[in-house]
Ligand binder design. Structure first.
Ligand SMILES: Nc1ncnc2c1ncn2[C@@H]1O[C@H](COP(=O)(O)OP(=O)(O)OP(=O)(O)O)[C@@H](O)[C@H]1O
Ligand SMILES: [Mg+2]
Length: 329
């Protein structure tokens, strides 16, 4: 597959803050690419540079073979954007929202009504077409936001956190819609804070933290970074954390990453029998275990391995603070 977006050594500074730090990656035509990272990672800043809403401090962006710096206007026509915040104009009806975007993006006059009709159907909003978008639920607003981004029939669809704040059901519906658009041939670039979304929806992902790209590949390739062994997770009573970490190190040669009261480690050897031995040792040391378990590596494990801290759980809360006893960086 050809690269439709090529980002080379892209950097954006805001004063002393390096929001995007020397990022290089390519997005292939026809794929769903996910930029995964926690709050403040640099996702929106990256996307805003691709859409010429922000000028890069340095680096090069090529879109569909065109150097973005010299072809702003042409490239703009190729990209449809669903922004993170103001997705719809609250005072306008669904139909008026789509009319406004049709004129902003120069949809040919003889196609406007046809496309709006299709968009309303696709968004399942036909019966709400003439109601103010401000009265819509979060899920309805996102659906309208998505078809609004599609109204110019862009080659590349850019979605900044399309499902943040949606409940599970609305999120699953949104995934199906995004997959549907992708099947029609649109390349999709989306950002997300949800590991599950990156894992299930995206063909390839880039993991970004503090402006740096820390992993890139298919979800399974990226998960392999966490190792081939199973992941051990132990939650202990808070004052037993340090003692557990040092016991794992001295008795089993395991360097666990500590995050709050949770210890995470990659099991290297025969994980099942090692697990039994570790359980026994915790018992013997009278360490108060809240929970203990093993699982196959997830994207969160990759994040922990690369940054020393967890991404976040599905509610969007950070799991514990940034404690980095091992110094993975
Ligand atoms: N216009 C700006 N001026 C100064 N700092 C900014 C500006 N825009 C973003 N930043 C900073 O750059 C960093 C990256 O922000 P960005 O919005 O790209 O993160 P994000 O990954 O999109 O996060 P979120 O998931 O919260 O949307 C943050 O530290 C943010 O405070
Ligand atoms: Mg953002």
């Amino acid at each position: 597959m050809a690269d439709i977006i090529r980002i080379e050594n892209l950097t954006k500074r805001f004063g002393d803050l390096v929001a995007v730090n020397n990022v290089s990656l390519s997005i292939r035509e026809g794929e769903i690419f996910g930029l995964l990272g926690p709050n403040g990672a640099g996702k929106t800043t990256t996307i805003n540079m691709l859409l010429t809403l922000l000028l890069p401090t340095s680096g090069k962006i090529t879109i569909d073979g065109l150097d973005l710096a010299r072809n702003h206007e042409k490239v703009k026509q190729l990209m449809g954007l669903m922004t993170q915040e103001t997705v719809v104009e609250a005072e306008l009806t669904a139909r008026q929202n789509l009319e406004l975007f049709s004129s902003l993006y120069h949809v040919p006059a003889n196609q406007v009504q046809k496309r709006i009709g299709e968009a309303l159907e696709e968004a399942d909003l036909v019966q709400f077409a003439d109601k103010k978008a401000g009265t819509f639920s979060g899920g309805m607003q996102r659906r309208l936001g998505l078809v609004k981004a599609m109204i110019q029939e862009p080659k590349i669809l850019v979605l900044d956190e399309p499902t943040t704040g949606l409940d599970v059901q609305n999120r699953t519906t949104m995934w199906a819609r995004i997959k549907g658009l992708n099947k029609k041939g649109n390349t999709v670039l989306l950002t997300t804070q949800y590991l599950e979304e990156a894992d299930q929806l995206c063909d390839r992902i880039g993991v970004i933290d503090h402006g740096k790209l820390i992993a890139l590949g298919t979800p399974s390739e990226v998960k392999r970074i966490a190792g081939s062994g199973k992941i051990l997770e132990i939650v202990v009573k808070n004052n037993d954390v340090a003692r557990t970490a040092s016991m794992l190190k001295s008795k089993f040669g395991i360097a666990a990453v500590v995050n709050g009261d949770k210890l995470t480690a990659v099991m290297t050897k025969n994980s099942e029998s090692e697990f039994t031995k570790i359980s026994g040792a915790l018992d013997k040391e009278k360490i108060e275990v809240v929970s203990i378990g093993m699982h196959l590596p997830t994207l969160d494990d990759v994040f922990i391995k690369l940054t020393g801290t967890g991404m976040r759980d599905e509610t969007g809360e950070m799991k514990g603070g940034r404690m980095n006893i091992r110094g993975w960086r």
